[in-house]
Design a protein around this ligand. Structure first.
Ligand SMILES: [Zn+2]
Length: 424
């Protein structure tokens, strides 16, 4: 990506107000543009981060045997009346058509669409288990949208729904999804995710599990144990809890971001939508369902909350929008800079190339410092030994993870310098 052709801009405006670190860094370094509180445009580098996260999610869910589909955002109200959630879910956006006085809902979740869909495919025990997922936009009428992308009114989400012939089969799958989720989060750079027991909310009368990340920007309060994996959402903690019920050690309380959740739906939705199957004895039985969400745009915010330093974002390499940030610090573009850019790209290394001519070196270095690309030129201007007129700088951030690709980029760059010096 050539910056001269892009709309990336470091926002310096001192008067802007932000209510979390990720909100400030994502807006200031041009990953998102705030349209209104809780509503964002994702700009090119932000969209690249989202695409990388979604690729990891798809790989892990495909490995679970789940099938990707795409369901609509506009739902007939009748489906939400049939599930009983038209009145019970308070964050629903309800719309009225100008024609025929029909009511609609903007999708806040998709049980009302996927359960009737499943009735068309599930007839017998041989059709089970079945798992379907989608990645798309959700709408929730939040009273207090805040903290940037951490709590949006419109946000991207992965939601998956599974269908089973027994509680035991659902329990097994639920456990497998839990492990797949932790693997997804590890790959994204979130190593310490707590699997937190929570209430079922609008989804289920049973308990559910939330996947949470401890940070002061979080909106939920959790009680957790540092010696074992015990963690509970504050709202389900029994009042007398002074020590960990699993290991007896003392418990702590902290603020956390909920990045994902999973629910045992039992047979409540299948009963409302008459989703049944015939077992091997020819008897009709209700289907057991689970649902599993990951808040993708919120996940971007959570990664930034955990991966930043006093200079800005420091992306884990797996989700960084580019592997390398290359800057030409001269007034004009140079053949050498272009050669480095093309060579790195030809090697499969993604490059954000600051080739802008009307921008001062200081401003270029500012954007390098803050946008969080794993490999970037030196912040203190340490020069590698080559021609001053062609000073395309290069170095790697010490605080960022340097994986093989970055080392490969460095080697190519050094080879190019030597080639360049030799040719002259
Ligand atoms: Zn414990």
């Amino acid at each position: 990506m050539r910056l001269s052709k892009d709309i990336i801009k470091v926002i310096q405006d001192k008067d802007l107000e932000f209510d979390s670190i990720s909100h400030e860094l994502l807006v200031r370094t041009g990953y998102v543009d705030q349209v209104a509180s809780g509503i964002y445009t994702w700009l090119t580098p932000g969209l690249r981060v989202i695409e990388k996260i979604e690729k990891i999610i798809r790989e892990e869910l495909d490995a679970l045997g789940s099938l990707e589909i795409a369901m609509p955002s506009l739902h007939p109200a009748s489906l939400w009346q049939q599930s009983g959630r038209w009145d019970s879910v308070d964050v629903l956006y309800k719309l009225k058509s100008r024609y025929g006085d029909k009511d609609y809902v903007l999708g806040a979740s998709h049980e009302e669409i996927v359960t009737p869909l499943a009735t068309k495919y599930i007839k017998s025990y041989r059709d089970l288990p079945l798992s379907l997922y989608q990645i798309g936009t959700k709408y929730r009428d939040e009273a207090r949208a805040k903290s940037g992308v951490l709590r949006g009114m419109e946000f991207r989400m992965k939601d998956m729904y599974s269908f089973h012939d027994s509680q035991e089969d659902l329990d097994r799958y639920y456990q497998k999804v839990k492990e797949a989720y932790l693997q997804i989060f590890r790959r994204i750079g979130l190593d310490d995710v707590k699997v937190t027991e929570a209430s079922g909310g609008d989804f289920s009368k049973k308990h559910s599990h939330e996947f949470t990340v401890l940070t002061p920007a979080g909106e939920v309060e959790i009680v957790y144990c540092e010696s074992c994996s015990f963690a509970q959402n504050h709202e389900v903690v029994s009042k007398a809890l002074e020590s960990c019920p699993d290991c007896g050690d003392s418990v702590k309380t902290g603020k956390a971001i909920e990045i994902a959740n999973i629910f045992d739906l039992g047979t409540s939705f299948s009963k409302n939508f008459e989703l049944t199957y015939t077992n091997d004895k020819g008897t009709n039985k209700p289907v057991y369902m689970g649902c599993y969400g990951i808040g993708i745009t919120r996940l971007v915010g959570a990664v930034v909350e955990l991966h930043n330093d006093d200079e800005g974002i420091a992306w884990p390499e797996s989700v960084a929008p580019y592997h390398v940030h290359l800057a030409n610090l001269t007034a004009k573009t140079t053949p050498f800079g272009d050669l480095v850019y093309r060579t790195l790209q030809a090697e499969g290394i993604t490059v954000l190339y600051d080739d802008r001519e009307q921008v001062s070196p200081g401003e270029k270095i500012d954007s390098i410092r803050s946008d969080g690309t794993p490999a970037a030129p030196d912040r203190v201007g340490a020069q590698w030994g080559y021609d001053r007129a062609q000073r395309t700088q290069w170095r790697t951030y010490p605080q960022a993870t340097l994986a093989r690709r970055s080392y490969k980029a460095k080697r190519i760059f050094l080879e190019l310098i030597w080639g360049f010096v030799y040719l002259r």
